[in-house]
Structures are given as structure tokens and as C-alpha cells.
Design a protein around this ligand. Structure first.
Ligand SMILES: [Zn+2]
Length: 508
């Protein structure tokens, strides 16, 4: 009896081993097939992304007629592809079964891309979006005087919300923050924390201004003066070299990056009124171009070049992990803007300013002091700015005018009733929905990266040849393979560190 049991036991184990083995080899085969299909789809995806990139280049640089429609139609065909959608729908809930971590990251990215495409590439939404883009085009020849921007913008917002509900989300905000990598809960806590930690200092600034200017009620004009003070002192003044492209070249050479060897093209030319410029990562990692109108700040050039470095040193070699910007959900936009600002921040570095501006050390120190005085206005202006778009989706029952007035009171502490509001007809709301918070997070990312650079390379880090290699290794090379907070941990030892940011600007 005992031995019978033993045989039975052994047989069972053997069967179990065989069975498990066959499951594993099935998975291995399936995983291989998944990899093959995703490689094929990735190539198609990248070809279209590049075609659209070139079209946008023509759109901004006016080098040739821009055809945005053809590549967008191709994206539509690819992103509604049944095989692709079924494959991702099958694998995404079973991510933990995927052994190959690069393949796993691709499935996650495709999930985000396809999910946001279900909203942005929905036939009705796309049609309205294209119509609004055409009407809002700066150099557009269409007569838009009779066009009803207000109701069409509201319609677009309503459609995005409606589609998100159909897809199982509470509204478009929830869906969008799942695909952009930040997460809805994180974002809401972030707003709350930034509001609370800046309120006292900002209130004191408002009270001081009221006493000094002998005014009873703090007005919108006063708030805008604060923000003007911040921006006016944050970017370098009295820059010696008027050749911006040459100064970008020097600033990169100082950290060991040779601009001449990069497949990058920077162009300065007069653009239509209202267009500042645009940097485009057309082919990652092989083609970056930026066009800028005359007289742009060096920090703006360095910002755009930062997008370029981020893309040109990407060596992940999997299209969907390279982070093309054309489909929301592909890249983490706050990290991408963070990398652009990390580059811009070199121009805010004291040693850099000593070398490339005619500012005295005292002037530089005074300007830093002014920046610290008005930093809470900068932060709260950003909260106001991106929350007014967010609220449009969260509170469709409120008018845009009412939203703006309420938020101006809440974040900018405006006391007068006389608040000038903006029109809802914004190209950003149409083409880059829920993007504006990225610029505040970008300042925090750049601050954190620069603190690390100073710790590791000393106070002259803006002139250290090894800094470029450090940025490449820790932040650019692996593309979208790691999530944005992991990338920060690799390069700075910490996830986004709000406390240190507040300390840097002497808020805490
Ligand atoms: Zn940018």
C-alpha cells in the first residue's frame, strides 16, 4: 500500500512536471509570437510617426506644404487594427506572465496608446478636432469669424468625457491620467500639496503688496506683475552672445556633448505672429529639428534642444518605447518636459551666467533672490492655469468663465470682481489636452536633476565633460522602458522630491 502510494505520487509529480513544462513551452511560443507581431506593428507605427513628424516640420517651418491628414489617417487604420487590439487586450491583464521585460513594457505602452487612441481617434472626436485645428491655425486662410468656437470646444470636451465613460472610466481626466503615467490620485494629491505648501507665503506676499501700494483689494493685474517678476528674473539677462545656436553649441560642449556630431538641426527664422517655435523629434534617435522665431530667449532654445537630447540619445530601439509624442499615452510628457527643462536650467546656473552674461555676481544673486520671492506666484499661477482646463472636464455644468473666476480667487487670491477671462478657443486644449501640468512638474524634475549634478560633479558641473554622459546613461538611453519615477530614482536616488523643491526656492 505504501509503495503503491509512492508510485502514484511519483507519477503525479511526473505528470505535473510534464504538464507545467508544456504550459511553459506554450507560453514561450505565444510570447515569441507576441514579440513578432509587436515588432511588425512597431515598425508600422514608427513609419507613420516619422511621416507625421515631417508633416509637422513643414507645418511650422513652411519649407513645404504640410499634409497632416494622410499620416493621421494611417494612424487611425493602425490603431483600430483588430489583431493588435485583441492581442493587447489578451496580454495586458496577464502582464506578469511575460518573462521578457522589454516585451512586457511594450505591451503596457501599447495598452496606453490604444486606450487613448480610442478617444482621440474616435471618428466623431477626430472630425471635430481636425475642424477646430483648422479654424485655430495661426496662419490659416479659413474665415473663422462665423465659427462657433465656444459650443464646438464644449462639444469636444463632452465627447472626450462620454467616450471615456464608455471605456469604463469616470471621465476623461481619469482616463488621461492613467495613460500619462501620473495617475489620477497622485495628481489630485499633488495639487493639494502644492496649494497647501505655498498658500502662507503667497498670502504674505499679497498682503505686503496691498500695504506697499495702498490698495484695498488685490487685483488680477497685481498677480500678473508677480508672475512677470518671476519670469523676468529667472532667465538670464544681458547675454553676451546674440547667436543662440552658437550658445547652445557651447553649452553642450561644456558638458561633453558635441552638437556637430548630432543629427540635429536648429533653425532661426521669422515665423508668423504668435508662433514662437517648435522642436520636433521626427525620427528617434536619428532626426531632431527645431525652428524658432527671431529673438527667442536662450533658455527656450536650450529647452527645445533638451527635447532633442532626450530623443537623440535614446537607445532602446523599440518604436513604442521610444516615446513619439503624436499619440497621447506613448511618452510620459511630464518627464519629457522635465528633460527639456533640465537642459534649459543650465542657463539658470550661476557659473553659466558668470561666463555667458554681462551680469555682475551681485546682480545674479539679486535676481535669484527675486525669483525666490515670487516663486509661490509662479507655482500658483501654474495650478490656476492647468486646473482651469481640468475643471472643464470635471465640471461640465459650469461655464468656463465661472471656472476661471473661481480659480483666480482660489489660487491667485484675487479679491476684485473685475477678472478678465480667456476664451476657451485654445489650440492646446484641442491638440494637447491636459498637458499644462507638465510644465510645473518639469521645473521640479529639472531642479532635482541639477541638485544631483551639483552633488556629484561640484559647483562647476555646467562645465564638466562627464555631465553629458551621466544624463545620457541615467535619463535618455532607456526611453520609456522605465516609468518616470524610476528614471528619477536611477539618476537622483529619489522619486519626485517635492520637499527639496520647496527648500530649493526657500519656501520651506
Ligand atoms: Zn517642451
Amino acid at each position: 500500500m505504501k509503495s503503491d502510494f509512492s508510485i502514484f505520487f511519483k507519477t503525479s509529480v511526473l505528470l505535473l512536471v510534464l504538464f507545467t513544462h508544456s504550459i511553459h513551452s506554450t507560453y514561450a511560443n505565444e510570447e515569441k509570437e507576441l514579440g513578432t507581431i509587436l515588432t511588425k506593428m512597431g515598425i508600422r507605427y514608427e513609419n507613420i510617426a516619422q511621416e507625421l513628424g515631417v508633416a509637422y516640420w513643414y507645418f511650422y517651418s513652411a519649407e513645404a506644404e504640410a499634409d497632416l491628414k494622410t499620416p493621421k489617417d494611417k494612424f487611425y487604420t493602425l490603431l483600430i487594427n483588430d489583431t493588435l487590439n485583441t492581442l493587447i487586450d489578451t496580454w495586458y491583464p496577464n502582464l506578469s506572465e511575460i518573462k521578457d521585460t522589454i516585451l512586457k513594457a511594450q505591451v503596457e505602452k501599447w495598452h496606453n496608446v490604444l486606450l487613448s487612441a480610442k478617444v482621440e481617434y474616435d471618428a466623431e472626436i477626430m472630425k471635430l478636432r481636425n475642424e477646430l485645428e483648422e479654424m485655430l491655425q495661426v496662419s490659416g486662410e479659413k474665415d473663422n469669424s462665423d465659427y462657433d468656437f465656444e459650443s464646438n470646444m464644449l462639444k469636444l470636451i463632452e465627447l472626450r468625457n462620454k467616450k471615456s465613460v464608455e471605456l469604463g472610466y469616470k471621465n476623461y481626466i481619469h482616463l488621461s491620467f492613467e495613460t500619462n503615467g501620473l495617475g489620477y490620485e497622485w495628481f489630485m494629491n499633488f495639487i493639494d500639496e502644492m496649494d497647501k505648501s505655498t498658500l502662507d507665503r503667497y498670502t504674505a506676499l499679497v498682503e505686503k503688496t496691498k500695504i506697499e501700494n495702498d490698495i484695498n483689494e488685490f487685483g488680477q493685474r497685481n498677480a500678473f506683475q508677480f508672475i512677470g517678476q518671476f519670469y523676468g528674473n529667472n532667465d538670464p539677462a544681458k547675454v553676451k552672445d546674440s547667436d543662440n545656436i552658437e550658445l547652445v553649441r557651447k553649452s553642450l560642449a561644456n558638458i561633453g556633448i558635441s552638437y556637430n556630431e548630432l543629427p540635429a538641426k536648429l533653425v532661426e527664422m521669422k515665423l508668423p505672429e504668435g508662433v514662437g517655435g517648435q522642436g520636433l523629434m521626427i525620427n528617434i534617435p536619428n532626426d531632431f529639428r527645431a525652428v524658432m522665431t527671431l529673438g527667442m530667449e536662450i533658455s527656450t532654445w536650450m529647452h527645445e534642444m533638451g527635447h532633442g537630447l532626450h530623443g537623440l540619445y535614446n537607445s532602446i530601439n523599440k518604436p513604442v518605447l521610444e516615446g513619439y509624442e503624436w499619440i497621447p499615452g506613448n511618452a510620459n510628457p511630464s518627464f519629457a518636459e522635465g528633460m527639456a527643462e533640465t537642459s534649459a536650467w543650465f542657463t539658470r546656473n550661476i557659473e553659466w551666467q558668470k561666463e555667458y552674461t554681462n551680469l555682475t555676481e551681485e546682480e545674479i544673486a539679486n535676481r535669484k533672490e527675486t525669483v525666490n520671492t515670487y516663486i509661490t506666484a509662479f507655482i500658483r499661477y501654474h495650478l490656476f492655469n492647468f486646473m482651469r482646463e481640468t475643471e472643464l472636464y470635471l465640471h461640465p455644468e459650469k461655464t468656463y468663465e465661472k471656472i476661471q473666476k473661481e480659480l483666480a480667487k482660489k489660487y491667485l487670491l484675487i479679491e476684485t470682481e473685475d477678472i478678465r477671462t480667456q476664451s476657451i478657443a485654445s489650440i492646446i486644449y484641442v491638440s494637447y489636452p491636459l498637458y499644462l501640468q507638465n510644465y510645473l512638474i518639469a521645473d521640479m524634475v529639472a531642479c532635482q536633476v541639477h541638485s544631483t549634478l551639483e552633488e556629484k560633479f561640484g559647483k562647476d558641473y555646467a562645465f564638466n565633460n562627464d555631465v553629458g554622459a551621466y544624463l545620457i546613461k541615467n535619463f535618455y538611453s532607456s526611453g520609456e522602458y522605465y516609468n518616470w519615477n524610476d528614471r528619477l530614482i536611477h539618476g537622483t536616488g529619489k522619486p519626485l522630491d517635492i520637499e527639496s523643491y520647496l527648500k530649493y526656492y526657500k519656501i520651506k
